[in-house]
Design a protein around this ligand. Structure first.
Ligand code: GDP
Length: 152
């Protein structure tokens, strides 16, 4: 009998992750272009909403970065115009969306990633995506209630 690859028995896990389309992309009318990449990747959008973050919301969302030198600049940027928040669902959604996004700094991001295609610099980098299951849960709950999510 032929040996199966070591990963063959590992069940893939359906996950949810939070995506934010950042203000510079919304301002450039490129929401649809980002969501098209998301859907082409096979991730399902199970909730989406546009909103204008206020300073308190942006500071709370990026609380882990409060001591970083770029914190105030990041909050200023994230409140500079509307954003689109979405919940993406699918097998390994968290890692798959991070892969689609690319590295934090668009200059370091792989070709074809959202940050390479749509990002401007390390701060204005087009999109946010949760980085782990616990942060994904917290971040989804930051913007959406369970009743807002439509699994499909
Ligand atoms: P991410 O998980 O790839 O989004 O990266 P981080 O969690 O480290 O950073 C959060 C966000 O802060 C990034 O997406 C950027 O918008 C911003 N950021 C990260 N590093 C820097 C930096 O060195 N300078 C500035 N101005 N912004 C940064």
């Amino acid at each position: 009998m032929r040996a199966l690859p070591a990963t063959a028995n590992i069940a893939r896990v359906v996950e949810r992750t939070l995506s934010i389309i950042k203000p510079e992309v919304v301002a450039r009318n490129q929401i649809g272009a980002i969501l098209q990449h998301v859907e082409q990747t096979g991730l399902r959008i199970v909730a989406t909403r546009m909103l204008q973050l206020d300073r308190r919301q942006a500071e709370g969302f990026y609380d882990v970065h409060r001591e970083r030198p770029f914190f105030q600049s990041l909050v200023q940027f994230m409140t500079s115009g509307p954003v689109v928040v979405s919940v993406l669902e699918g097998d390994d959604a968290i890692a798959r969306y991070r892969k689609l996004m690319g590295a934090t700094d668009p200059e370091q991001a792989d070709a074809g990633t959202l940050r390479k295609l749509f990002g401007t610099n390390v701060e204005h980098n087009a999109v946010h995506g949760s980085d782990a299951p616990d942060t994904a849960r917290t971040e989804v709950a930051y913007f959406f209630g369970e009743a807002d999510l439509v699994p499909r």
